[in-house]
Design a protein around this ligand. Structure first.
Ligand SMILES: [Cu+2]
Length: 296
């Protein structure tokens, strides 16, 4: 008996869903029939192993309902854009103390053309009867209640923030100078407000609602170059690309969906992109969409 012990078996009955792999690894191949017979011959443990294998089978089946979708957003023109230096005409001493400031609209990786700060998310087909996306059991609960946007050096950090409805955005000013946090989405969904933020202050925004169409834009009236975007979703299947332009969305429902891609400059593919593009997520696997171009 390689996997089962009497103790593990007893524990198994109490922990069928959580603890099965202690004695019968879910990833282990199903034993050959001869081995099963051998297992059964050890009295007291046969039922346990049988239950264990059943749970493993159910888990394997369940895995087929979920998959990973990933890819890379890349700059779609040959010549990479030059970094655009921002005109810092106020509070220069503080704003420039760590060096020049640059626009974050097009942050393109020189080595692989990956674009940073691109929102990528799943959506149902516009013609689908059901508008809700099934949510994996492990993602039903929002684990990270609060997420922060700071203004440490005359720029918002992060520049692009994706959250789930129910999460609280902590607007923070860790700087020694005053800023504004002026945020607004669609007036009927996320009306927003303009909050003056003294040095070393913060406040919480707990009423942002999901809006597929419109981002919440964030600016500072004191420093006109400061810009950020927040997008709010009613599901957990979203990502913001990293410095290589990569994104990965895990535990997504297998099947046919739309993938929506939006950036400071607008939708991938222009206005037509607002409905997203058709994708198929394979169950129990990672679907790599490869390189997806965006052009200014
Ligand atoms: Cu400011």
């Amino acid at each position: 008996m390689r996997y089962l012990s009497a103790i593990g078996c007893a524990a198994l009955y109490g922990l069928l869903t959580a603890g099965c792999n202690y004695c019968c690894p879910v990833d282990a191949p199903a034993p050959a029939s001869t081995e099963t017979t051998a297992l059964k011959s050890e009295s007291g443990e046969a039922a346990c192993c049988s239950a264990c294998l059943e749970v493993a089978a159910v888990a394997a089946d369940a895995d087929k309902d979920w998959g990973t979708i990933k890819g890379q957003i890349v700059y779609g023109r040959d010549k990479l854009p030059e970094a655009v230096e921002l005109k810092v005409d106020k509070d220069q001493q503080h704003c420039l103390e760590k060096g020049k400031l640059f626009s974050e609209e097009w942050v393109v990786n020189k080595d692989n053309k990956g674009i940073r700060w691109v929102f990528v998310w799943l959506a149902p087909d516009p013609s689908a009867a059901k508008k809700d996306i099934p949510i994996h059991p492990s993602l039903k609960e929002i684990k990270e209640k609060k997420v922060t946007i700071d203004q440490p050096c005359c720029g918002f950090v992060p520049h692009a923030l994706a959250i789930r409805e129910g999460q609280i955005v902590v607007a923070k000013n860790s700087a020694p100078i005053a800023h504004n946090f002026n945020y607004a989405g669609h007036p009927l969904v996320n009306q927003g407000k303009n909050q003056l933020m003294p040095p070393k202050s913060e406040f919480e925004i707990d009423n942002l609602r999901a809006d597929e169409k419109f981002p919440v834009s964030v600016s500072c009236n004191i420093h006109g170059w400061m810009k950020a975007y927040v997008r709010v979703f009613n599901h957990p299947y979203f990502a913001v690309t990293n410095e290589k332009g990569e994104f990965e969305i895990k535990n997504a429902p297998a099947g046919d969906w739309r993938l929506k891609i939006w950036h400071d400059s607008g939708w991938r593919g222009g206005a037509m992109g607002r409905d997203g593009e058709k994708i198929t997520i394979k169950g129990g696997a990672a679907t790599d969409l490869g390189k997806l171009e965006m052009k200014p």
